[in-house]
Design a protein around this ligand. Sequence first.
Ligand code: ADP
Ligand code: MG
Length: 269
Amino acid sequence: YTRSLWAVRNFHSLEKPENIEQPLLALDNISAYYGSLPVLKNISLQLKPGRTLALIGESGSGKSTTARVISGLLLPAKGRLLYQGTPLTADFRMRTREQLRQIQMVYQMPDTALNPKQRIRDILGRPAAFYLGLGGKALHERVCDLLRMIDLEPGDYLQRKPAQLSGGQKQRLCIARALAAEPALMICDEVTSALDQLVAEDILRLLEKLQRELNLSYLLITHDMATVRAIADEIAVMQHGKVVDQGTRETLFKPPHPPYTAKLLAAEP
Ligand code: ADP
Ligand code: MG
């Protein structure tokens, strides 16, 4: 029941035919600094509803900083964020609860992202209560649903703490915590980088399944080309704080490539 409601909510913009091509989120000419160090230089990106934009580029190119700007943790010196065509307040502290609900983050290190003292029941229950106003039995049902969505049996896991989970289970829990807000967009910053390959593949399959079921948009930050080939619809390549190449999976993986993209693709094992 909650799941179908959610799908309706995230599909809402598709009900208006003129909005079919409207990006869910757009970065319009964003520049940002750490102190006097320029880190983002005129970044423009568009994320489409229900699609995956992979953001790739070498370490230090500004991918995580782009995520920080989207989530309102770093204020851009210039440029705008647009959510469904409407300007989005840059500072997360000034965003409404509804605006905060729509964009959720998952990070590389689940260990540092999870409070070791909380039980799974609360790790998932708190955001579900905060964002959706659920309580009592409805909240409990929702938490159980979230656990089932990441293939964990509620009876076995509700009372556990993060230390009682494997690395892959912890990352799935972080994904479920993001889902508790019923977001439209998830920013996944190197979410498989700390996991061994088979576990990482499980996580990618889970993300794909969730996207299909919930019409989620992903900003998928990764340095792994296999991941990009597996699940990206569109790809943006960053270098030294700029987007130096951009395309769909079809166009970007076909030569000729701009020199930097060619180098990245060639580095693939
Ligand atoms: P990526 O995620 O692509 O590896 P980042 O966005 O983390 O890159 O970093 C972009 C640049 O900003 C790098 O040069 C990095 O050293 C610098 N940087 C990142 N975080 C900070 C910070 N908190 N203070 C100062 N400089 C930072
Ligand atoms: Mg990073």
